[in-house]
Design a protein around this ligand. Sequence first.
Ligand SMILES: [Zn+2]
Length: 411
Amino acid sequence: MEGYGIVLSVIVALLVGLAAGKAWERYKLVEGRWIDRRRLRQSPHFILGLNHLVAGQVDLAIEELERAAQLNPDALELRLVLGNLHREKGQVGRAILEHQALLQRPRLHKIEHANVLLCLGLDYRRGGFVDRAVAAFQDVLKLDPDNETALVNLEKLQEDQHQWQEAYVTRRRLAQIAGPPDQPKSQLILAFLENELGLQALKEGRLDDAIKRFEAAIELDSRVIPAYLHLGDARRRQGDLAAAVATWERAIAVDPERAYLSLERLEQAYETLGQPDRFAERCRALIGSAPREWRARAALARHYTHGGEPSRALELLFEALEHNPHAIAIHQAIWGTLSVLDLPKHLVARYIDITGQSVFYLDPHVCLRCRYRSTELIWQCPHCHEWNSFVEERITPATDTEAEIPAALVP
Ligand SMILES: [Zn+2]
């Protein structure tokens, strides 16, 4: 719904620009006739439509703008906007017809032509006509090579189809156009795309190529954690376990919040290297530096259970549960460990006591950009397509001590 709001505000801005008339010439030669664009502003329907749009009443806005368009049949922008409103309402077929009809107009300016094709491309993308959308955006770029909206949409379509190399080229173009202010964002996206290209190489058994890609990803942006994980995997496949361990440890140093992604790999590797104690040390260090960290506790608990120390494991799991009652993995681990211990009554009672005070909720991973929720950590949001936008939401048992109640609420 947020995307819908953004599109609406863009449309409103466009219409306000049209009304103010600053960016638009007052008179325009259309099909050999001079048209006075002020007529548009004088039409009550136009202003009424604008008001409805600002109030979020899309249907009423369409009705009034349709009347305004009938009074001004040459106003290309109005028909473009009407088409866009139909698309935003989900009437993609109608939007396509509206925009296609505009292409039939004789003597379209180059930039008008590009705008119509851009709207058509957005219609096709919304309707799921991928090939047609790609073709439309490419046509826009022939007329207007620096059109950022067309490039961004093209990039997302290429990513959707896992055409990582093509998406990479498109993002490089966007980075060039936007210049330095956009650089960190583009670097991050390029790094994720390098990581995808590395994964593709890994799948096809091109180990050296994969390693180059993952290293390039880290070089572009050191925060791209999956590149470290996969670089370590590739090193391990090469037989260099020490280098793999160093890479995974680096990932933990870069982003301790996501240390758990490296922990499972490290546990196995330390075991193979004959240094199992290093795993407990690493988990303890993580817990010490982030007292709320639950995954390190869960990983260490698993390690203790396998090592024949279930009581020690259970203490860690209870601690983890207090910090993150929503994690089903912890409940499962607790019941597994309680079973190993033959369900001692006092420990079961402690479990019931801890969970009784907890607030539960689902899908703890949330996209910072669009609030999309997911049970798993995802690197690219399936809803708004942003890279690296997920954080884990955490809730602990509610406390209502006086100190936390705002002064205004205290009677
Ligand atoms: Zn999102």
